[in-house]
Design a protein around this ligand. Structure first.
Ligand SMILES: [Zn+2]
Length: 125
Protein backbone atom coordinates (compact mmCIF):
# COMPACT_ATOMS: atom_id res chain seq x y z
CA UNK A 1 0.00 0.00 0.00
CA UNK A 2 2.80 2.43 0.92
CA UNK A 3 4.67 1.77 -2.32
CA UNK A 4 1.78 3.05 -4.40
CA UNK A 5 2.05 6.42 -2.61
CA UNK A 6 5.67 6.85 -3.70
CA UNK A 7 5.22 5.40 -7.17
CA UNK A 8 1.83 6.44 -8.59
CA UNK A 9 0.05 4.03 -10.84
CA UNK A 10 -0.19 4.87 -14.49
CA UNK A 11 -3.21 3.73 -16.47
CA UNK A 12 -2.09 2.50 -19.87
CA UNK A 13 -3.82 4.47 -22.61
CA UNK A 14 -3.73 1.53 -24.98
CA UNK A 15 -4.94 -1.36 -22.83
CA UNK A 16 -6.11 0.39 -19.59
CA UNK A 17 -3.76 -1.73 -17.47
CA UNK A 18 -2.67 -0.03 -14.22
CA UNK A 19 1.08 -0.26 -13.68
CA UNK A 20 4.14 1.47 -12.25
CA UNK A 21 7.35 2.12 -14.18
CA UNK A 22 8.30 3.20 -17.64
CA UNK A 23 6.61 0.49 -19.72
CA UNK A 24 3.23 -1.19 -19.57
CA UNK A 25 3.86 -4.86 -18.66
CA UNK A 26 0.85 -5.98 -20.69
CA UNK A 27 1.25 -4.25 -24.08
CA UNK A 28 4.66 -2.60 -23.75
CA UNK A 29 3.52 0.97 -24.35
CA UNK A 30 5.92 3.59 -22.97
CA UNK A 31 4.48 5.43 -19.94
CA UNK A 32 1.05 4.30 -21.04
CA UNK A 33 1.18 6.60 -24.05
CA UNK A 34 0.13 5.18 -27.37
CA UNK A 35 2.90 4.47 -29.81
CA UNK A 36 2.34 6.43 -33.00
CA UNK A 37 3.15 3.52 -35.28
CA UNK A 38 1.67 0.58 -33.42
CA UNK A 39 -1.50 1.86 -31.78
CA UNK A 40 -4.86 1.14 -33.34
CA UNK A 41 -5.95 4.73 -32.66
CA UNK A 42 -3.13 5.98 -34.87
CA UNK A 43 -4.18 3.73 -37.74
CA UNK A 44 -7.83 4.75 -37.33
CA UNK A 45 -7.13 8.48 -37.19
CA UNK A 46 -4.81 8.09 -40.18
CA UNK A 47 -7.62 6.38 -42.09
CA UNK A 48 -10.05 9.13 -41.06
CA UNK A 49 -7.58 11.79 -42.19
CA UNK A 50 -7.22 9.95 -45.51
CA UNK A 51 -11.00 9.74 -46.00
CA UNK A 52 -11.36 13.39 -45.00
CA UNK A 53 -8.79 14.49 -47.57
CA UNK A 54 -10.56 12.34 -50.21
CA UNK A 55 -13.82 14.14 -49.37
CA UNK A 56 -12.11 17.55 -49.60
CA UNK A 57 -10.64 16.52 -52.96
CA UNK A 58 -14.06 15.38 -54.21
CA UNK A 59 -15.61 18.68 -53.07
CA UNK A 60 -12.87 20.66 -54.85
CA UNK A 61 -13.40 18.63 -58.05
CA UNK A 62 -17.16 19.14 -57.80
CA UNK A 63 -16.82 22.92 -57.27
CA UNK A 64 -14.31 23.10 -60.16
CA UNK A 65 -16.79 21.23 -62.36
CA UNK A 66 -19.57 23.68 -61.46
CA UNK A 67 -17.34 26.71 -62.09
CA UNK A 68 -16.24 25.28 -65.45
CA UNK A 69 -19.84 24.47 -66.34
CA UNK A 70 -21.06 27.98 -65.60
CA UNK A 71 -18.11 29.83 -67.12
CA UNK A 72 -18.35 27.71 -70.29
CA UNK A 73 -22.09 28.28 -70.72
CA UNK A 74 -21.90 31.96 -69.74
CA UNK A 75 -19.06 33.02 -72.05
CA UNK A 76 -19.78 30.79 -75.02
CA UNK A 77 -16.89 30.39 -77.47
CA UNK A 78 -14.47 32.56 -75.49
CA UNK A 79 -13.99 29.70 -73.01
CA UNK A 80 -13.20 26.93 -75.46
CA UNK A 81 -10.77 25.32 -73.01
CA UNK A 82 -13.37 25.17 -70.24
CA UNK A 83 -15.83 23.61 -72.68
CA UNK A 84 -13.25 21.01 -73.79
CA UNK A 85 -12.35 20.04 -70.18
CA UNK A 86 -16.04 19.85 -69.34
CA UNK A 87 -16.81 17.60 -72.32
CA UNK A 88 -14.01 15.18 -71.42
CA UNK A 89 -15.13 15.20 -67.76
CA UNK A 90 -18.67 14.34 -68.84
CA UNK A 91 -17.41 11.09 -70.42
CA UNK A 92 -15.87 10.06 -67.07
CA UNK A 93 -18.99 10.80 -65.02
CA UNK A 94 -21.89 8.28 -65.00
CA UNK A 95 -25.03 9.44 -66.81
CA UNK A 96 -27.17 9.09 -63.66
CA UNK A 97 -24.86 11.50 -61.82
CA UNK A 98 -25.08 13.96 -64.73
CA UNK A 99 -28.88 13.72 -64.68
CA UNK A 100 -28.87 14.37 -60.95
CA UNK A 101 -26.53 17.34 -61.46
CA UNK A 102 -28.77 18.78 -64.22
CA UNK A 103 -31.79 18.47 -61.92
CA UNK A 104 -29.95 20.10 -58.99
CA UNK A 105 -28.73 22.83 -61.34
CA UNK A 106 -32.28 23.64 -62.48
CA UNK A 107 -33.62 23.51 -58.91
CA UNK A 108 -31.05 25.46 -56.85
CA UNK A 109 -27.70 26.07 -58.55
CA UNK A 110 -28.97 28.58 -61.13
CA UNK A 111 -30.54 30.65 -58.37
CA UNK A 112 -27.43 30.39 -56.14
CA UNK A 113 -25.04 31.33 -58.94
CA UNK A 114 -27.28 34.28 -59.87
CA UNK A 115 -27.27 35.40 -56.21
CA UNK A 116 -23.47 35.05 -56.01
CA UNK A 117 -23.08 37.04 -59.27
CA UNK A 118 -25.38 39.77 -57.92
CA UNK A 119 -23.33 39.85 -54.72
CA UNK A 120 -20.04 40.26 -56.61
CA UNK A 121 -21.52 42.93 -58.88
CA UNK A 122 -22.79 44.82 -55.82
CA UNK A 123 -19.50 44.57 -53.93
CA UNK A 124 -16.94 45.01 -56.73
CA UNK A 125 -19.02 47.00 -59.21
ZN1 LIG B 1 -0.78 -1.33 -21.96
Amino acid sequence: MLRSVHKPHIVCRRCKTRFTGAYCPYCGAENGSPSALRSRGGVLSGLLRFLFSLMILAAILFITFIILDYSASAEGDRHGAARAILDSARYAIPQSALDYYAEAKAQFLDRWIAAIKDFFITVFG
